[in-house]
Design a protein around this ligand. Structure first.
Ligand code: B12
Length: 142
């Protein structure tokens, strides 16, 4: 019995996850979207999955800033399209069914079959963009 649990545990630890990563810009022209399957160990963070995608795919680039108070990166740009204070736009972070995550990319873990979406989004005014400055994207730490 104990042997079986051991084998099961080993299987879980070594499990692989194929994650669909989508980046969608339907706001700034020319509009574009990007979708890739990224293979990572199950249970890594979205941030680690994005680093893996950057290694695997030369046409995928992102930039982010680490906020220690929120234990996460704020993702500022994808493929050179950045948050924009004048246009009140930012990269919203969702799962595959349009649910906006309530935490940053370092705090969400991925498993096989997950879909992670970054959608260029117009801020609805629910959050103030007042303290955002254009050079915030320059504090890249990835
Ligand atoms: C303004 C704001 C935003 C603005 C940020 C402006 C900018 N930098 O471009 C916008 C609308 C873009 C935004 C986006 C998001 N936000 Co926000 N945001 C806020 C808000 C209302 C105020 C922050 C602020 O101005 N503080 C005052 C200044 C002086 O302090 P600051 O440290 O410089 O603030 C900066 C950081 O907070 C950073 N920031 C803002 N949101 C987030 C989210 C994460 C995960 C990180 C790491 C940093 C970060 O931007 C601020 C301005 O520069 C807070 C709520 C609150 N009352 O704190 C939520 C809040 C920080 N956001 C939150 C979340 C979840 C997000 C999103 C992940 C939502 C989503 N699913 O898309 C995204 C980030 C996605 C990404 N691209 O990585 C949560 C974080 C919860 C947590 N425990 O981690 C908060 C606490 C709201 C909440 N209660 O749910 N946000």
């Amino acid at each position: 019995m104990r042997v079986w649990w051991g084998i099961l545990l080993l299987g879980a630890v070594g499990a692989k996850a194929d994650v669909t990563l989508k980046v969608i810009n339907e706001i700034t022209r020319p509009t574009w979207s990007y979708s890739r399957t990224v293979s990572v160990p199950a249970g890594v963070s979205v941030y680690e999955m994005m680093l893996q995608a950057q290694t695997d795919f030369r046409d995928f680039r992102f930039e982010g800033t680490y906020y220690s108070d929120l234990s996460s990166h704020f993702i500022c740009s994808f493929n050179n399209l950045a948050s924009n204070v004048t246009g009140n736009t930012y990269w919203g972070f969702e799962n595959g069914v349009n649910y906006q995550f309530d935490r940053g990319v370092d705090l969400i873990l991925v498993y096989d079959g997950d879909t992670i979406v970054f959608r260029y989004t117009k801020d609805q005014g629910t959050a103030t963009l007042g303290s955002f400055t254009a050079d915030q994207c320059a504090k890249f730490v990835n």
